[in-house]
Design a protein around this ligand. Structure first.
Ligand code: ADP
Length: 245
């Protein structure tokens, strides 16, 4: 009986894996194929806005602007979805990486936004080395830092502290902000794809960032989580295996 059960579990797991892979391939091809028509919509809307503005009354101009805004949102959505499904399919080469170097590269990429928002960023170095793949590691940092910059309290400068702590062969990386915070009942669901706690008008975004962070960490044998309360800032953590000696 045990053997039969074991066999059935293996068959179900294989079937589930296959349907998951099919689903991911489907998401990839839909988001990829949507980009062509979307480019056309954006292109012609731009022509209407830039070359025909004088022929359009104010209502028509408003419609054109709205089409543009929606097309831009759809563009981010398809791009983020592509990034997410690429992450599921990519081969990872896990190697010893210095977290500090990856983080510096990400901070440099985000420097314009950091300066524009006058964000206070404190990185406690040295940060430990981890066993990871550089692209998904940088994607994790980019998403967590961008969120800290985005979800700051209105009229306050974003503030973010980053540090690392080693424990039992793992490295915990912590990202603590002083932003709007997250009520405990939402801590789990924000890591699921498309789960957002605000409308895109309040805070722009697609709801894919944290799902990508979770998937990237899990694919590198790590985990993620958050400690937070509403109005009291958030502390996101990512745990990854420590680099080999
Ligand atoms: P997006 O940033 O596109 O909304 P994410 O998946 O990155 O999507 O985040 C999901 C939701 O989690 C956000 O919409 C927001 O409600 C919440 N969230 C993420 N990071 C923070 C943060 N640092 N502070 C407060 N809320 C956050």
């Amino acid at each position: 009986l045990n053997q039969a059960l074991e066999q059935r579990v293996q068959e179900r797991t294989a079937a589930l894996k296959e349907s998951n892979e099919q689903m991911e391939a489907f998401v990839y091809s839909v988001s990829h194929d949507l980009r062509g028509p979307l480019r056309t919509i954006k292109g012609f809307t731009e022509i209407l806005r830039d070359q025909y503005a004088s022929d359009l009354d104010s209502s028509a101009q408003d419609y054109v602007n709205r089409i543009m805004k929606s097309a831009k949102y759809m563009d981010s959505l398809t791009q983020d979805l592509l990034g997410y499904s690429r992450l599921s399919r990519a081969e990872f080469n896990l190697e010893n990486l210095e977290t500090g170097i990856c983080l510096d590269a990400v901070v440099l990429q985000l420097s314009e936004e950091i300066e524009q928002k006058k964000a206070k960023l404190k990185i406690k170095k040295p940060l430990s080395s981890v066993l990871a793949h550089s692209t998904p590691l940088e994607q994790i940092f980019t998403n967590l830092i961008s969120n800290a910059l985005k979800f700051s309290k209105p009229n306050e400068r974003p503030a973010l502290r980053i540090w690392a702590k080693e424990k039992n062969g793992h490295v915990g990386l912590f990202f603590e902000d002083k932003g709007i915070g997250i009520a405990p009942e939402h801590h789990e669901r924000i890591f699921r794809i498309f789960e957002r706690l605000h409308s895109p008008n309040e805070y722009p975004g697609t709801g894919i960032g944290l799902a990508l962070v979770k998937k990237a960490a899990e694919r590198m044998n790590g985990s993620v989580g958050v400690e937070s309360e509403l109005d009291r800032g958030s502390k996101f953590w990512v745990e990854l295996p420590r680099a080999n000696n």
